[in-house]
Ligand binder design. Structure first.
Ligand code: ATP
Length: 265
């Protein structure tokens, strides 16, 4: 039976896992020829550490915009966003960049690997940005690729790898610096079923830890079973959050929520 609590009750209980992400009233728009177009219209969201959270919703509802803000890649217009205790909406741009480099791993939909670099060099990029010397960074990246089953492809360039292998290089790059928040935009959309399941298994086994959080934007119904929590978004707002089948909060009627749950599983 679904349990309902008020929408703004995002305070964890004393026994709850620490919060990885807490957003309140996040708004964001983009300029257009006709003026500022609102995209995020007051996002409230609390995500505990130790979970995979999936962000679902129709095209254009603002999912990518939201995860870019959570990943400290994009400024919010208003509202507060705290990631593992740092309110990233309240710190300087320089501090936010440093926070992102240390704490965030981002996996892009189209991998965005650098074609002239090897798999190991691509995966080493966050370490190089952090000032680690090239030989050590590449060695560390090789180890990460080995863990992800690509130990024999570390010297390959992206165009010599399959889509699933490129995605694993992108995951290695997202986790090589041991970030606490890993954000993935459509990590399986370009993969066949088997490669998609393999990527999700790797994400769960390699990244999910009690002091970390993984947020995945997806339209891929095939991977929903990997979610600990699903967050539904519509028109720039979170409309419902469910954890392993239990509705945590909703701004919709129960009939709408039940329909969403059925459609999602
Ligand atoms: N840099 C930008 N400049 C102008 N408009 C933008 C920009 N980025 C996003 N938008 C607009 O904001 C809206 C939300 O985009 P966003 O990519 O966040 O949606 P989404 O839910 O991730 O969509 P999809 O599922 O199709 O990827 C869209 O109308 C998009 O055109």
């Amino acid at each position: 039976m679904a349990s309902l609590t008020p929408r703004n009750n995002t305070t964890p209980s004393p026994t709850a896992a620490p919060l990885a992400v807490e957003c309140r009233g996040i708004t964001r728009g983009f300029d257009s020829a006709t003026g500022r177009v609102p995209v995020l219209q007051g996002v409230d969201l609390a995500l505990p550490a130790g979970e995979i959270a999936m962000l679902l919703g129709p095209s254009g509802c603002g999912k990518t915009t939201l995860i870019q803000i959570l990943a400290a890649m994009l400024d919010a217009d208003a509202g507060d966003c705290t990631v593992f205790g740092t309110t990233i909406t309240a710190i300087s741009a320089v501090a936010r960049t440093q926070f992102r480099q240390r704490m965030i791993g981002f996996c892009f939909q189209q991998y965005q690997l650098i074609p002239t670099l090897t798999a190991a060099e691509n995966a080493a990029i966050p370490l190089l940005i952090a000032g680690v010397a090239m030989p050590r960074a590449v060695e560390r990246a090789r180890h990460e690729l080995d863990v992800l089953g690509l130990g024999d492809r570390t010297a390959s360039r992206p165009n010599q790898l399959s889509g699933g292998q490129q995605q694993r290089v992108a995951i290695a790059r997202a986790v090589v610096h041991e970030p606490r928040l890993v954000v993935c935009d459509e990590p399986t959309s370009a993969l066949d079923h088997r490669a998609g399941q393999s990527v999700m298994t790797l994400l769960r086994e390699r990244i999910v830890r009690p002091d970390r959080c993984v947020i995945i934007v997806t339209h891929d119904n095939r991977i929903l079973s990997y979610a600990d929590r699903t967050c539904h978004m519509e028109d720039g707002r979170i409309t419902a959050v469910e954890r392993t089948g239990a509705l945590i909060h909703s701004t919709r009627s129960s009939a709408d929520s039940a329909a969403t749950a059925l459609n999602a599983h």
